[in-house]
Design a protein around this ligand. Structure first.
Ligand code: HEC
Length: 470
């Protein structure tokens, strides 16, 4: 069964990916001269740290670049910024920072796009050109506090690891699942899930699943540590995650009337990817906040994978196309979130929506895939999809020796699988079904996700004829 395969394979992680690309990029980009006044707000005689740079850092950088944050160094004090002044100009000028992989030219706008304004980019360049002065400390903005409190406010239910867990990085990154019993008796709808990573310098991502099988109880604590190892998947048949956290992720509540189904007798299972990259190791205690839907819920937020599991990436070959589709969406649906996913050989992924008889519109396009920066992207305006529209994923992979991320040296043939060195061609789409009305008097039966399955298509090469994998 495809679904079982999927369950085992969801969001596999990676032993630390090489992080040299930013450095290569930096070396390749000389500092280009721009007009001295380019995009700067107001007349500026001299750009200083306290008057301009610090504000830009607070607004755009310090969520990650603070002591104990996910970035490798803080950009908080004058000394911090001065030390990194040249690289800051380069990585903002070429837009590698703040990290954001989707192409902003793609049609559908995504929430939380941190792309710097041209004016903010110019601040870094101008500061460098003015000799990177500190300026007048009395004009500095108040420092930000990084208390890491709940962004969505006080939760209805807070769950978390009952004991701290310290990963052992001896063999690379660690994937650990923790069971979080909810203590709830009945079914609930959630309007939001927020994750608070305990140790942000190690926690690379968190995925939440609902276990209604009870299968994970037997796994828990078997090796004498809290939780259980879960490199490939959460240890039971979970089609898609309920919620997620990745660096830079900004939680949001769903619109009124939409809920995430937390089934009766479900135990939340939290998969935490601990990254060995920053080198430090310390105990972690990650928490989760659940927000129950306040009013009646008419529609469930459903998540399905657009997926191809039949491809083969021949050793040594660069630029290998792989695609996957929903040949026809069976209902009027409204798309809300999208999450492209590949491993280390992935280079590009774009997803399009084509209404019947219409032209393809871009939903998300990642032109320079980086395993370390993935997102569950929410559309600024939910996308209406008419029945019989198709949705296509077009991805490309580089399995040549020239791909510095290639985990196999020398390269070897790679297929779908859950290990880092395997590959995936997968994109989650979260949507609501327009006709679903859970509170309706007529009692429209909730639509089952299985009704989508006949419409899945997998294609391994752009030229290959579409074929149903059934
Ligand atoms: C979402 C988290 C995040 C945000 C926001 C962010 N960074 Fe980073 N930054 C990182 C991480 C993590 C790295 C380490 C390299 C990597 O993993 O890509 C990094 C690396 C860097 C580097 C080193 C690059 C190199 O080649 O060594 C610089 C300089 C930098 N960031 C500057 C900035 C600036 C300036 C901003 C704001 C305009 C910013 N960053 C915003 C997470 C972030």
């Amino acid at each position: 069964m495809r679904k079982n395969l999927l369950a085992a394979a969801l969001f596999v992680a990676v032993a630390s990916a090489p992080s040299g690309r930013a450095v290569e990029l930096a070396a390749a980009h000389a500092i280009a001269p721009v007009p001295a006044t380019a995009g700067l707000p107001g007349p500026v005689s001299r750009v200083t740290f306290h008057e301009q740079v610090e504000r830009v850092l607070q607004k755009n950088c310090q969520t990650c670049h603070h002591e104990g944050g996910i970035a490798p160094f803080p950009l908080v004090s004058y000394a911090d910024a001065y030390e990194h002044r040249v690289k800051m100009q380069i990585v903002t000028g070429n837009r590698t920072m703040p990290p954001w992989k989707p192409d902003s030219q793609c049609g559908a706008a995504l929430q939380g796009n941190p792309r710097l304004s041209d004016g903010d980019v110019a601040v870094f360049l101008e500061w460098l050109r003015h000799g990177s002065p500190e300026g007048d400390a009395t004009r500095a903005p108040a420092p930000l506090a990084f208390d890491d409190g709940w962004k969505l406010g006080a939760p209805d239910l807070q769950l978390g690891m009952t004991q701290p867990f310290q990963p052992d990085f001896a063999t690379g990154d660690v994937y650990r699942c923790f069971r979080l019993p909810t203590g709830l008796n009945g079914q609930r709808y959630l309007s939001g899930i927020e994750v608070a990573p305990g140790n942000r310098s190690m926690v690379h991502h968190v995925l939440l699943f609902a276990d209604t099988t009870g299968a994970t109880a037997a796994l828990d604590g078997k090796d004498g540590q809290p939780g259980y190892p879960c490199f490939g998947g959460p240890g039971f048949n979970a089609v898609s995650p309920l919620g997620a956290w990745v660096p830079g992720y900004r939680p949001a509540l769903l619109s009124d009337g939409i809920g995430i189904d937390l089934p009766k007798n479900a135990t939340l299972v939290m998969q935490v990817h601990y990254s060995a990259r920053t080198g430090g190791v310390a105990p972690d205690q990650t928490h989760v906040a659940l927000h129950f839907a306040k009013g009646p819920v008419q529609k469930r937020l459903l998540t399905l994978p657009l997926v191809n599991q039949t491809f083969r990436l021949p050793a040594g070959q660069a630029n290998i196309p792989v695609s996957a589709s929903f040949a026809a969406i069976p209902y009027d649906v409204t798309l809300r979130n999208i999450a492209p996913h590949m491993h280390l050989l992935g280079r590009t992924m774009s997803v399009t929506l084509t209404p019947p008889g219409g032209t393809a519109a871009c939903l998300v396009n990642v032109p320079d895939w980086d395993f370390r920066w993935q997102g569950f992207y929410a559309f600024v305006t939910p996308v209406k999809v008419s029945p019989f529209s198709r949705m296509d994923v077009q991805a490309s992979y580089d399995n040549s020796a020239d791909n510095s991320n290639n985990p196999n040296k020398p390269p070897k043939d790679v297929t779908w699988g859950e290990n880092t060195s395997d590959e995936m061609c997968l994109c989650y789409v979260s949507f609501t079904i327009d006709s679903e009305n859970l509170t309706g008097a007529a009692g429209l039966a909730p639509t089952s996700l299985e009704t989508f399955e006949p419409f899945w298509e997998m294609r391994t090469a752009a030229a290959a004829a579409p074929s149903r994998d059934r």
